[in-house]
Write a protein that binds this ligand. Structure first.
Ligand SMILES: C[S@@+](CC[C@H](N)C(=O)[O-])C[C@H]1O[C@@H](n2cnc3c(N)ncnc32)[C@H](O)[C@@H]1O
Length: 552
C-alpha cells in the first residue's frame, strides 16, 4: 500500500521520539508469566503496562489501528490511521503486541463521534469511521491483499474513472457503470470473451486487475435481517442475559438493541429474553457445558415482515415449551415460525444438526428482486437484503448469459443466485453441502416456476468432479464459498473444465486473492474486482470478481 509505505518511514523517524516519551509503568512485569512470555517481553522495546505515544499508520483486516514503537508493531482497538495517540500496552508477543487507546492527541479527519450506542455492538469496529472512509478503506484492503497474497498488479479505480459516485448503490449497480468500470484495458495477443460477448485480445503477461470503488449503501444502518444472540447468566445477579460477545472474548454483554439490525428484531430480542426469564429457562454455561438455552437466532424477511425464532438448546427437552411458545406468539405478531435447534456439542458452532418446528412453518419467505425464497432455520441467506440485490445484479451481469449456457453455481445455498442465473441461461446446476438448503432451493425453484435449475447436495469439490467425469461441462461457473475459500480440488476441476467465464463471489479477500492466483496461473485473466459493502460498520468486505479464460 503506497501511502502506508510513506507513513511507515515517518513512523520510523518518530520511533526515536516515542521511545524517549515512553513511560515505564510495569510494576507487574514478569509476575506469573510463562517462560515463553518472559522471553518475548525481554526482546520487545515495549512491555506490558507501558504507556506509549505512537502514530497509527494503518488498519488490520479486523479494523484495529496499527502503529509502531521503535519498529515494534502494536495493534490498538478504536484508533484510526492518521491519529497520534497515547496507548496502554496490554500484551506483548515476540513480533507484535496489543495496546488500549488511552488518549487521542490528534484525530483522524475520518473520525466521527459515536454517541448513545453501545461500543462495538456485534462487531461494529468501524462505527467511529465516516462511512465514506469505510468504503475507501475496504477498496484499499482488497487492493492490498491482491498485491500481497495474490501477487497481482492492481489498478485501483477512482469514482471519477468509473464515472459515477460512491454512496448510491443503485446507480453503481447499473449497467452503464459496469461497462465504464470493468472494460478490458489496452491489451494485445491472446483473446477473452467478456460479459458483453465482446472478444478482446489480451497479452498473457498483462496482470493488472482493476479494483473498483466499493458499492455502499445510501443508509448504512438497520440493514441486518438476522441476529445470533448468545445467552448466558449474569455472574452477579444470576439472571439470564443475552446480547453479543465482548471483543475477542466470550463475555456476554447484555443488550436489547442493535443499530445494524431491523427494529423488529430489537423487540424480538427483548421479548425472547423476558419470556425465557419468566418461565425459568436455564441459560447455558459455556465453561461447564451445562444449562439449556445457548443462542437465540432471529430471522426477519424485510419484504414480507415474516419472523422466525430459533431457540438453540443444549438438549432436546424444553420445559414449559407450550407456554413459552404461546407467550412468544402473543407478543410478537410477525412470528411465522418458532424452531428449536439442538446442539449438545462443546463447540463455537452455533447450530446443531437437528431442528424441530415448535410452532408455525418450517420456513419464512422473503423476496430478492421479484423472486421469492423460502428460508429454513439452518440455511444460509445473505444478511443484508438491500445489498444482496446489488451483489447478485453484479454477479449475474458478469456471468454474461445469452440463454444458451450451462452454468454451475457452486456453494449455492438456497439457490438464490442460481435462480437469477436460470432466468438467463439454458441450464443451471447448483451444489451445496447443507441438505435443508438444497430442499429450500428445490422448493424455491418450484415457487418461482423455474424448471431449468437442478440442485445436488454435497461438497462442491466432490460433486463437481463427479459431474465432470459424467461428461458435464459448464460455460460459466459461479462460486460463492464460505470464508475459507474454494477447496483446491474444486479449483483444479474448474481449470480442467475450462469454462469461458468464472464469477467469484467472496466474503474474504485473503482467500479470494489466494484462489485468484491459482486461476490466473491456470490460464485465466482476473479482470475486475467489485467490492460490495454487505456489512457496513464492520471490517468485512464482500467482492464479486470477473474472470475470463485466456484463449490462444
Ligand atoms: C457464502 S454462502 C453462499 C450461499 C449462496 N450463494 C447465497 O448467496 O446465499 C456459502 C455456502 O456454501 C455452503 N458450503 C460450505 N462448504 C461447502 C462445500 N464444501 N461445498 C458446497 N457448499 C458448501 C454453505 O452451507 C453456504 O450455504
Amino acid at each position: 500500500m503506497n501511502n502506508q509505505g510513506e507513513k511507515r518511514g515517518q513512523s520510523g523517524r518518530r520511533g526515536q521520539e516515542q521511545a524517549k516519551g515512553r513511560v515505564r509503568n510495569n510494576g507487574g512485569r514478569g509476575r506469573g508469566s510463562s517462560s515463553a512470555a518472559s522471553k518475548a517481553v525481554s526482546t520487545a522495546p515495549v512491555q506490558k503496562n507501558d504507556e506509549v505515544t505512537l502514530d497509527i499508520i494503518g488498519l488490520t483486516h479486523e479494523g484495529d489501528g496499527v502503529g509502531r514503537v521503535e519498529g515494534f508493531t502494536l495493534f490498538v482497538e478504536d484508533a484510526l490511521p492518521g491519529e497520534r495517540i497515547v496507548a496502554h500496552v496490554l500484551k506483548v508477543k515476540k513480533q507484535y503486541g496489543y495496546a488500549k487507546l488511552k488518549q487521542r492527541l490528534t484525530d483522524s479527519v475520518d473520525r466521527v463521534e459515536v454517541t448513545g450506542r453501545p461500543e462495538h455492538y456485534g462487531g461494529c469496529q468501524l462505527e467511529y469511521m465516516s462511512y465514506d472512509a469505510q468504503l475507501r478503506w475496504k477498496q484499499q484492503h482488497v487492493v492490498d491483499v491482491l498485491e500481497r497474497i495474490g501477487k497481482f498488479e492492481v489498478s485501483k479505480l477512482t469514482e471519477a474513472e468509473v464515472g459515477t459516485s460512491v454512496g448510491s448503490a443503485a446507480k453503481l449497480g447499473s449497467m452503464e457503470k459496469s461497462e465504464a468500470g470493468s472494460g478490458v484495458e489496452a491489451l494485445e495477443a491472446n483473446s477473452v470473451i467478456d460479459a458483453e460477448g465482446t472478444e478482446t485480445s489480451v497479452k498473457a503477461s498483462t496482470k493488472s486487475v482493476q479494483v473498483l470503488p466499493t458499492l455502499g449503501m445510501d443508509n448504512p444502518w438497520r440493514y441486518r435481517n438476522k441476529a445470533q444472540i448468545p445467552i448466558g447468566k449474569d455472574v452477579r445477579t444470576g439472571e439470564l442475559i443475552g446480547g453479543y460477545f465482548a471483543r475477542a472474548s466470550h463475555r456476554i454483554i447484555d443488550t436489547d438493541a442493535s443499530l445494524i439490525q431491523h427494529e423488529a428484531m430489537d423487540a424480538a430480542m427483548k421479548t425472547v429474553k423476558e419470556v425465557a426469564r419468566q418461565y425459568g429457562v436455564e441459560p447455558y454455561n459455556e465453561e461447564t457445558h451445562t444449562g439449556l438455552l445457548r443462542h437465540v437466532v432471529i430471522r426477519y424477511g424485510f419484504h414480507t415482515n415474516e419472523m422466525m425464532i430459533v431457540l438453540v438448546t443444549n438438549g432436546e427437552r424444553l420445559p414449559q415449551k407450550e407456554v413459552i411458545v404461546d407467550a412468544l406468539v402473543e407478543r410478537l405478531p410477525q412470528l411465522k415460525s418458532i424452531c428449536q435447534n439442538i446442539n449438545t456439542k462443546q463447540t463455537n458452532v452455533i447450530m446443531g444438526d437437528k431442528t424441530k418446528v415448535l410452532w408455525g412453518s418450517e420456513t419464512i419467505t422473503d423476496y430478492i428482486g421479484d423472486l421469492q425464497f423460502a428460508i429454513s432455520a439452518r440455511s444460509f441467506y445473505q444478511v443484508n437484503p438491500v445489498q444482496t440485490e446489488v451483489l447478485y445484479e453484479e454477479a449475474v451481469k458478469l456471468a454474461g448469459l445469452t440463454g444458451q449456457e450451462t452454468v454451475i453455481d457452486a456453494y449455492c445455498g438456497i439457490g438464490t443466485i442460481s435462480l437469477f442465473l436460470a432466468q438467463r441461461a439454458k441450464r443451471v446446476l447448483g451444489v451445496e453441502i447443507v441438505e435443508e438448503a438444497i430442499a429450500d432451493a428445490r422448493r424455491n425453484a418450484a415457487l418461482n416456476g423455474i424448471t431449468n435449475a437442478e440442485f445436488a447436495v454435497g461438497a462442491s469439490e466432490v460433486v463437481i468432479p463427479q459431474w465432470k467425469s459424467a461428461g458435464i461441462t459448464a460455460d460459466v461457473i459461479v462460486v460463492d464459498p464460505p470464508r475459507k475459500g474454494c477447496d483446491p480440488a474444486l479449483l483444479d476441476t474448474m481449470l480442467e473444465m475450462r469454462p469461458e467465464r468464472i464469477v467469484y463471489v467472496s466474503c474474504n479477500p485473503s482467500t479470494l486473492a489466494r484462489d485468484l492466483r491459482v486461476l490466473a496461473d491456470g490460464g485465466y485473466m482476473v479482470k475486475s474486482v467489485q467490492p460490495v459493502d454487505m456489512f457496513p460498520h464492520t471490517p468485512h468486505v464482500e467482492c464479486v470478481v470477473s474472470i475470463y479464460r485466456i484463449d490462444k
